[in-house]
Design a protein around this ligand. Structure first.
Ligand code: NZQ
Ligand code: ZN
Length: 392
């Protein structure tokens, strides 16, 4: 296991009706003038936005609103938000919604106190060290942004989807009420489950040895998703299944199970090109990308793929032919994702073969990249093209 520093001081308020305490927590973390940031309208329709505003009113907290965040959030709204924060002297950014609203809020919070262009953090890999404090009221279990120091934004010029990171944009508090996810369409619920599983796989695929504790944590969270996923798809009002998924989603990505080990992130980098170009849902893209990446990288460490196949998917461990076990595990993952309604190939994502070269080039060279991606296996543009071809 490698040395590490782990500092994840987000306060989580978990459970039914917890959004009524939003004002209390904004006040606790010093917010007096708040930007409420949200998406395309689900929080208006559900009444959540009104409940959040009522809670801020109860604590005498001033707020302005900026809605309209799209899934795969765009840079243009971030610039609008930064301008609004400066004009209104905002001292706290509150995201009400999913990963897209939270990531856009993080970009605004970082950009509002930065003299340069906020995109520097995303393109140049500069760590975000200063930002307005952020709080979240989460409405979908998926991206894990509610507990992560990360934000992913799409720059419209060039359609580059890139991430920024820094403890300054880790939320001060996150309100996690699983009941709020009951209004999600089944497809979005399934996309969220897929994203959570991807965050676990990205950490499982490591070149660091002797990491049994975090291996076991990842395996446990994957097993929980395999158990709870089908239950919630069959019964969308199952609060307990949604509660377990919501907490797993946070743990999958606040890095508690990723410390002390190298991580991969190939599937995410390859997927981000798809969701940038075709605006497909991140989780749906990952469902198509992951089996292709794992198949391509399998020979790099057959035993690692065989281990997850055996421990998580219950595949027979074939010591004579561990490659067979490893492949069975990838097949089991594919079958599971298909069973919860995820797409399997390029066409189902609306992706086109003629864009493969462009996407592979963008993944490897675009917006600050130096020609290779992948923390598990170093892949060049040709490799990435081959992986996209496996998805056709
Ligand atoms: O915009 P509204 O109207 O709110 O609708 C959203 C959106 O259409 C809807 N929705 C959310 N909660 C709902 C709901 N509809 C009904 N009832 C509810 N309770 O669902 C759709 C998807 O929302 P979005 O916020 O885009 O989902 P998600 O949380 O999956 O976020 C995806 C974004 O997060 C990024 C992805 O790349 C993508 O851009 N990621 C962020 C990460 C991070 N910050 O750490 C890591 C991830 O790997 C990921 O890359
Ligand atoms: Zn993800």
């Amino acid at each position: 296991m490698d040395n590490f520093v782990f500092y994840a001081p987000t306060l989580f308020s978990f459970g039914k009706d917890t959004e009524k305490d939003t004002g209390k927590y904004v006040k606790l973390f010093g917010g007096k003038r708040v930007l409420i940031h949200f998406g395309g309208g689900s929080v208006i329709k559900s009444g959540l936005l009104n409940r959040v505003k009522k809670s801020l009113d109860e604590y005498g907290i001033y707020y302005v609103e900026l809605g309209g965040v799209r899934p795969n959030p765009r840079s243009s709204l971030v610039y609008d938000g930064i301008e609004l924060c400066r004009k209104e002297n905002i001292d706290f950014v509150l995201a009400v919604g999913g990963g897209s609203s939270i990531d856009s809020a993080k970009a605004i919070a970082a950009g509002a106190v930065y003299e340069g262009d906020f995109w520097d953090f995303y393109e140049k890999g500069i760590e975000v060290q200063h930002a307005l404090p952020i709080g979240t009221v989460l409405t979908i279990s998926a991206a894990g942004s509610e507990g992560s120091p990360d934000s992913v934004i799409t720059k419209e010029e060039g359609m580059f989807k890139r991430g920024a990171s820094g403890d300054a944009i880790r939320p001060k508090f996150s309100i996690l009420n699983p009941a709020l996810t009951q209004t999600l369409p089944a497809y979005q619920t399934a996309c969220g489950i897929t994203d959570i599983m991807a965050h676990l796989y990205e950490r499982y695929l490591t070149n660091t040895t002797e990491v049994e504790t975090t291996d076991r944590m990842i395996e446990a969270l994957l097993l929980a998703m395999i158990h709870e996923g089908p239950r919630v798809i069959a019964d969308p009002d199952n609060y307990q299944a949604r509660a377990n998924i919501m907490w797993a989603g946070m743990q999958a990505h606040n890095n508690s199970c990723g410390v002390g080990r190298s991580q991969d992130w190939t599937s995410h980098d390859i997927e981000h090109e798809l969701s940038a170009l075709y605006d497909c849902t991140h989780g749906a893209g990952l469902a198509v990308v992951m089996p292709a990446v794992f198949t391509y990288n399998l020979k790099h460490d057959v035993m690692r793929f065989a281990k997850i196949a055996h421990r998580v998917w219950g595949c027979h461990m074939d010591f004579e032919n561990p490659e067979r076990t490893a492949k069975d595990g990838i097949k089991a993952l594919s079958n599971f994702l298909e069973s919860i309604g995820m797409p399997k190939n390029f066409a189902q994502l609306g992706a086109k073969q003629e864009d493969i070269e462009h996407m592979a080039h963008s993944a490897c060279f675009g917006a600050g990249r130096n020609g290779t991606i992948g923390g598990f296996v170093s892949l060049n543009q040709k490799d990435v093209e081959n992986i996209y071809k496996l998805m056709i």
